[in-house]
Design a protein around this ligand. Sequence first.
Ligand SMILES: Nc1ncnc2c1ncn2[C@@H]1O[C@H](COP(=O)(O)OP(=O)(O)O)[C@@H](O)[C@H]1O
Ligand SMILES: [Mg+2]
Length: 360
Amino acid sequence: MSVASLPGPLADVSVGRNLPAMRTPMTEVIEPAVAPGTRFDERFVVRELLSRSHRSSIYRAEDAAAGGRLVAIKFPLLSVESDPAGYARFRREEEIGLQLDHPGLLRFLPVPRKTGRPHFVTELLDGCTLADLLHAAGRLPERDALRIAAVACEAMAHLHALGFVHRDLKPANLVLGHDLTLRVIDFGEAAPPERKARLLAALTPIVGTPEYMAPEQVEHRPNDERTDIYSLGAVLYEMLTGVVPFQNADAWASAYQRTTGDPIAPRELVPGISPVAEEIVLHALQRDPAQRYPTAAAFLAELQAPERVAISGRAGRLRPPRWRLSLHGTPILAGVLIGAGAIAALVGLFIILTKLAPGR
Ligand SMILES: Nc1ncnc2c1ncn2[C@@H]1O[C@H](COP(=O)(O)OP(=O)(O)O)[C@@H](O)[C@H]1O
Ligand SMILES: [Mg+2]
């Protein structure tokens, strides 16, 4: 039987019965809140603000068409709504969400007749995020960490089978329920795999959460399901060690470190971690996607049966990150270099033309 289809897949996770309270983000934004009592779609009555990020606001609401059952309503911020790219992303999040049907993925409610501001409706989760749990517990027992990663991994496999990559897997986007379930949430970055590198990739700003981002995401190279495998590997690393793989005061420096080197071996930080757990984490965190688990199913198989994992010695082959010139973090330097290149090209052209000019 697959893990997520078990009743309360986290039933044997020791931390699962003692969850801390959910601490939702409450970013300050200049935008009026939806007044309690406001009705949407002739059935959802808004009760209170649950979360507010730089992208969206989420409200708790009652569904009058289902005996007052509680739901969550997500609205894009007005600034996102008025930005064509941001608005398209919000619509895509709903479009993808409505295709999901798996116990490990947030459930979206189809609403045939929408009224009022853009929004979508999902089930309301009762529990806390893995970020809240890690904040309260530091690190988790190895068995719990592998189990939580396995349940998330199975949900990922389902998302990948539908043709989407999540691209923002992180502890704040994994919700542990009091009913001992785990749900992957937030499909705001989800999209089909990108097979081609972006044009002018080195100058394109990066979106997402640097600490859990795969190297190919940092560099705008093609990304696919192995990108999620890397991020889930980073989440597993944090569950086991209590810290994210590349520790740096500057999150973007940590993002670039993963493009030139490997993280510190988990057992160097916490000697009590088993060699197989370390092997699994480092396999998921390979810099080159071709060296990672090829699919979520392959990752899941090892998370579910760690006793069968062979130690390849990868912990002994880790290479520390190297310094690298990055144009993302230094737009002025990038501008100066491009300007100098353009001037050099013009001077070269001028010299060639004057040499070729007739009469000389
Ligand atoms: N359906 C839900 N039920 C309860 N809490 C939720 C729900 N969806 C999101 N949250 C809370 O709100 C936070 C932000 O939600 P998320 O979908 O990640 O929004 P954003 O796109 O703004 O990051 C989550 O980390 C979680 O704490
Ligand atoms: Mg989020």
